[in-house]
Structures are given as structure tokens and as C-alpha cells.
Write a protein that binds this ligand. Structure first.
Ligand code: GDP
Length: 423
């Protein structure tokens, strides 16, 4: 049964036109996630438009169109399963809310497939997406060295090795352990090494893309970190009392635990925990829960507060240091800029009080100290002052509470992570 398999969220990243849609389309086809009848329809449509070959990108393009029209896509369209896992394909960087969804956890990717077209090699968005996935905490990667059929000569091992080295350098620079990452010479279009080992690449002995996906690991649940449950909402239920709801990010919550909400600085005790309308004795990372607290009234706490253990309470920042990547901004960002920071369930206006350094977006090395401004494509170290006390923690201590998106005028301007906190 498909739904008894463990589930992983998978992102496809890489430069435009390097073959993300084609590869996803073909994966869904090969794994039987796309109805053959639907494929026939696409083929007919392709023929009617004078296209000689059927391209799998059409499958994804039509999904893109649906998404742009605002149609809710049947989630099944975005899923496929392998022998071991059930995969959901999460949005790609470049789509409107990708970064925000990744940071707020709505679509946190457990792994990413980096697609690099071998004829082209590393391009601007390859670098951008690699840096972004590192910033967003995607720890597992598979590199699909795509369009191996389109090298000159086709299936060229020499060109493959050149690009492999180039990609390897990039991954190493941002901090990935390259030795653990499979590189696969692939043709998303022709199907080489996707579901079956290709006879066109006799020089390659590694896994197919499907095998590499099967070899991914289910990330460990961060149960050994201190308890953190960002509050999504707070209810008062008559006869029960105050019931905040939210998702456990780290640690374990147990009945009778002493807890504290920050920055409200209100303490209480867990009277009961409910998940899927059933009472449970304890809750783990990933669980969406409602928990009844003794000693706390609804007016004391609100969305954006974080419930934590009293022994290790959530960190409240009056100021913090962060590393950011500027994704899009029409002009330049300088000190004094006050956009909204989206961090766990909090949305708080924060002022960039200083830009300490501009970084090389690939290596993180300092390019310029105290720059007057930063622009789209830049990475930087900044100092931030929230307009009111805010829970944010250094990513080194609690990654789940250290990431944020910067939003302004309806778009995601930047993604970042907290390096240290000035209490
Ligand atoms: P995306 O922008 O990364 O989603 O790229 P697409 O999947 O839309 O592919 C861009 C173009 O490259 C399309 O014309 C595809 O047919 C072509 N393409 C994708 N994968 C391959 C491949 O493995 N080999 C060849 N020869 N062409 C490919």
C-alpha cells in the first residue's frame, strides 16, 4: 500500500531550461503517477500543435498553468512513489511563495534534486538555488546531470566529468558534503538512467535517479532539542479552558509539562494534548496539536508566541545578527529598511539597522565590509532590530526557529537565518 510508505517532500532546483519540468514529468510517468490516458491526451495535443515529439515538460507546464489560474490541483498530481517512499514534489524556487512556504514549514523539502544540464554546466540560477537550499536547511541532495544525450558527442564522459567537478566545487563551497551526494548522468527527455540503467553510458556504474531517491534518508525528528511549539491560534473552549494550537517543531511535549510562552513570558502547565481530535499523552516534531494549558488565559498569548520548556525557554531577541540572501528587490536595500520578517508563525516589522558585510553568494566569503547598500543577488550579514520583542534562535542551536523570510509589498524580498541573538 502506497500510503504505508514513509513520505518525503522533494524539491527540484536548477537553472531555467535545464530540465526540471521534463524530469519531474518523466518521473511521474515512469512511476505510474500519471494516468496513461492523460499522456495520450498530451500526445494528441502535441501533435495538433505540430510538435513531432512528446515532451514530458508538458505535464508539468499544464500543472503550472492550472496553478497560475488559481485552480487547486489535485495533490495526487504532485506525487509519485518508489519502492520505498512516497514523494510529494514541492514547489520550485522562482515560484511566488516557495521561499515563504519553505521557511514557514508549509512545504519544507526533505531533499532536493539539483538539475544541471551537462552541455551548459553551472549557470546563475544553479548557484542561486544551491545557496538558497543550503540557507533553507535542505540537507540531502541528488545531482541530476541532465541532457547527457545532448553533449557533443552524445553521452560524453569527459564533459560529464568536467561539469561534475564544477558542480562539486559549488556544493562544497556552500557547505555540502560532496562525497555523500550521488551524481547521475541523466536524460530526462530520453529516460537514460532515470528508471533504468542506460546502455548509452557504459562508463557510469552508479545508481539511477529512482535508485538514488530510494537511497535518501528520512530525516531524524529533532526530539532531543528543547521543546518549541510556535502558536498558530489560541482558542477558549468552554469547560476546558485555553487551547493554543500549533505544530511541534522540536522536542517532545508531555502531559503535565511545565511550559512557558515567549515573548509573553507566561508560564503554565500542560493539562492535555489533542491531535486529530484524540487525546494523546505526548506530541513529537511534526505533530499538529491543540494543548490545554492551566494557568494561562487567552488574552495572555497570541499567534507568533512560542511555547517552550521552562528549563530552556525560547530566546527573545531585542536585536539579532543574520545572514540573508536578497532574492528580489526593485532597487537597493540600505540601513533603515523596515520590511516584515516571517519567522515560524510570527510576522513582525523589523529594521535593518546595519549591513555589516556583503558576501559572495556562492562561498559566503566577505566581499565588502559595511557596504552602503545591497541588491538582488547579494548575500549579506546584517543587524536587525524587531519593532517588538520576537522569538528567534540561532540556526546552530535550533534550526527550525532560526530561519526567516523577509517580505515587502506582497513579495519575498529575501531569505535568511539568525546567526546570534542580542537579548
Ligand atoms: P525547466 O525550465 O528546468 O523546467 O526545463 P524544461 O523541462 O522545460 O526543459 C527545457 C527544454 O530542455 C525543453 O525543450 C526540454 O525538452 C529540453 N530538455 C529537458 N531535458 C532534456 C534532456 O534530458 N535532453 C534533451 N536533449 N533535452 C532536454
Amino acid at each position: 500500500m502506497a500510503d504505508t510508505k514513509p513520505h518525503l517532500n522533494l524539491a527540484f532546483i536548477g537553472h531555467v531550461d535545464h530540465g526540471k519540468s521534463t524530469t519531474v514529468g518523466r518521473l511521474m510517468f515512469e512511476t505510474g503517477a500519471v494516468d496513461p490516458h492523460v499522456i495520450d491526451e498530451y500526445k494528441k495535443e502535441a501533435a495538433s500543435k505540430g510538435k513531432a515529439t512528446f515532451e514530458f515538460a508538458w505535464v508539468m507546464d499544464s500543472l503550472k498553468e492550472e496553478r497560475e489560474r488559481g485552480v487547486t490541483i489535485d495533490i495526487a498530481h504532485h506525487r509519485f512513489d518508489t519502492a520505498k517512499y512516497y514523494f510529494t514534489v514541492v514547489d520550485c524556487p522562482g515560484h511566488r511563495d516557495f521561499v515563504k512556504n519553505m521557511i514557514t514549514g508549509a512545504s519544507q523539502a526533505d531533499a532536493a534534486v539539483l538539475i544541471v544540464a551537462v552541455p551548459d554546466g553551472v549557470m546563475a540560477q544553479t548557484k542561486e538555488h544551491v545557496f538558497l537550499s543550503r540557507t533553507l536547511g535542505v540537507n540531502q541532495l541528488v545531482v541530476a546531470m541532465n541532457k547527457i544525450d545532448a553533449t557533443t558527442p552524445p553521452y560524453d564522459e569527459k564533459r560529464y566529468n568536467e561539469v561534475k567537478e564544477e558542480v562539486g566545487k559549488l556544493l562544497k563551497m556552500v557547505g555540502y558534503k560532496v562525497d555523500d551526494i550521488p551524481f547521475i548522468p541523466l536524460s530526462g527527455l530520453m529516460g537514460d538512467n532515470l528508471a533504468k540503467a542506460s546502455t548509452n553510458t557504459p562508463w557510469y556504474k552508479g545508481p539511477t535517479l529512482l535508485e538514488a531517491l530510494n537511497n535518501l534518508k528520512v530525516p531524524d525528528k529533532p526530539t532531543n532539542l528543547p521543546l518549541r511549539v510556535p502558536v498558530q491560534d489560541v482558542y477558549t473552549i468552554s469547560g476546558v479552558g485555553t487551547v493554543p494550537v500549533g505544530r511541534v517543531e522540536t522536542g517532545v511535549m508531555r502531559k503535565n509539562d511545565k511550559i512557558v510562552f515567549q515573548p509573553a513570558n507566561v508560564t503554565g502547565e500542560v493539562k492535555s494534548i489533542e491531535m486529530h481530535h484524540e487525546e494523546v499523552p505526548e506530541a513529537f516534531p511534526g505533530d499538529n496539536i491543540g494543548w490545554n494549558v492551566r494557568g494561562v488565559s487567552k488574552k495572555d498569548i497570541r499567534r507568533g508566541d512560542v511555547c517552550g520548556s521552562v528549563e530552556k525557554p525560547p530566546t527573545v531577541a531585542k536585536e539579532f545578527k543574520a545572514q540573508i540572501v536578497v532574492l528580489q528587490h526593485p532597487s537597493a536595500i540600505s540601513a533603515g529598511y523596515t520590511p516584515v520578517f516571517h519567522c515560524h508563525t510570527a510576522q513582525i516589522a523589523c529594521t535593518l539597522t546595519a549591513i555589516l558585510a556583503k558576501l559572495d553568494p556562492r562561498s559566503g566569503a566577505v566581499k565588502e565590509e559595511n557596504p552602503a547598500f545591497i541588491k538582488a543577488g547579494d548575500a549579506a550579514i546584517i543587524m536587525v532590530t524587531p519593532s517588538k520583542p520576537m522569538v528567534i534562535e540561532p540556526v546552530k542551536e535550533i534550526p527550525q526557529l532560526g530561519r526567516f523570510a523577509i517580505r515587502d509589498m506582497g513579495t519575498t524580498v529575501a531569505a535568511g537565518m539568525c546567526m546570534s541573538v542580542v537579548p
